[in-house]
Design a protein. Structure first.
Length: 369
């Protein structure tokens, strides 16, 4: 008989958790339902016997002191076969603890059988489209109507593709069969491919595909503040599912078109306001045509310099992630307009201004002397 510690590949001073982990790893490898060879079955018996002994403190102490003879010829593994407390497999006791093999394998997601498991329903394919939006539409929010090409479930056959359907006799409509020797594993029914129903003939409307292509007019509600790189999810607007499965989703990726005069930086906006020399010197109040047909008044202060920037708080983009309606800011850069073609009157005024400017400079120089 092989050494129990060697069978589980653990040191003699291994903890209970280390022994349990080692057994689980070995059990998955050699379980007859996963490895149906006779060698694997024999190995599974050995490692389970080793685990039953080493996981019980009293039995482990007797084993360490006297080996198998300390059990008086009794096979400690026999309790594994004689105690069938689980409807799906076996359990055995180690001291005051009952080890359920089903629980061990469930932890490894080995698919224990479940009664009345529903037939398989497959969700439809998700679709992706790109939607062009102007900055005005992103600023205000909008509703876009599009014609979407996708597949829809056939109403005549309810997506089965069959002319007539019946409950599968093999799996009784569950879509699954049980298989196994020690434990029961759920596998798709081979007669109905896991669908739970069988059918005859092709559906005349969909030619047996269970769905057909269609073009549907849908409205896409675009909230204010969305922009380049954002996407909107329209649940249930993708391709049809199979056998009653839900349709996929439609993902709308936003493509933001550039604006002629306004630039976007996240939720902040940037624009330029042009001013004449007289407006820069004397100040002015200008009417600004803004996004979404908005109009607002903007004041240019006396002595404004070209290139200076002013922040207009709360005049930027709406924040689509905000629950309290916060907005970004608008940054206005003032630009001075230098006239190119002067009328005789304007030229005369500038010449007069030049004389005054030089006169002011001379007065200043004389004062400094």
């Amino acid at each position: 008989m092989a050494d129990y510690y060697e069978l589980l590949e653990v040191p003699k001073n291994a903890s209970e958790d280390e022994i349990k982990t080692a057994y689980r790893r070995k059990a998955v490898k050699y379980h007859p339902d996963k490895n149906p060879s006779k060698e694997a079955e024999a190995k599974f018996r050995e490692i389970t016997e080793a685990y039953e002994t080493l996981s019980d403190a009293n039995k482990r102490q007797q084993y360490d002191s006297g080996g198998m003879n300390s059990f008086g010829g009794q096979n400690p593994f026999s309790s594994f076969y004689n105690n069938r407390s689980s409807p799906f497999g076996f359990s055995f006791r180690t001291g005051n603890t009952t080890i359920n093999v089903e629980d061990l394998f469930r932890e490894f997601n080995m698919g224990m059988h479940e009664e009345n498991h529903a037939p398989r329903k497959t969700k439809g394919q998700d679709l992706k489209i790109h939607l062009n939006l102007t900055l005005d539409e992103c600023y205000m929010g909008t509703t876009k109507k599009i014609a979407l090409k996708h597949t829809v479930a056939c109403k005549s056959c309810q997506g089965t593709g069959f002319e007539t359907t019946a409950t599968c006799n093999s799996c009784h409509g569950t879509g699954n069969m049980t298989k196994g020797f020690y434990t029961s594993f759920r596998v798709p029914c081979s007669d109905c491919s896991g669908r739970g129903i069988t059918g005859t003939g092709k559906c005349a409307d969909c030619n047996g595909t269970g769905s057909f292509e269609d073009t549907t007019a849908i409205n896409i509600n675009v909230p204010a503040g969305v922009g380049e790189g954002n996407n909107l999810r329209l649940q249930g607007q993708g391709n049809a599912g199979t056998f009653g499965g839900p349709p996929g989703d439609l993902y709308v990726y936003v493509k933001e078109l550039p604006h002629e005069t306004i630039k976007r930086n996240g939720i902040n906006l940037q624009m330029e306001v042009f001013m004449t020399m007289s407006e820069a010197c004397l100040g002015a109040r200008k009417t600004i045509q803004f996004l979404g047909d908005e109009v607002f008044k903007y004041s240019i202060e006396k002595g404004s310099q070209s290139g200076s920037v002013e922040k207009v708080k709360g005049k930027g983009m709406p924040n689509p992630r905000s629950s309290i309606g916060t907005r970004g800011d608008l940054y206005i850069t003032r630009r001075l307009i230098t006239p190119e073609n002067l009328s005789p009157e304007t030229k005369a005024l500038f010449e007069q201004l030049s004389v005054l400017e030089h006169s002011d400079e001379n007065k200043k120089d004389n004062k400094d002397e």
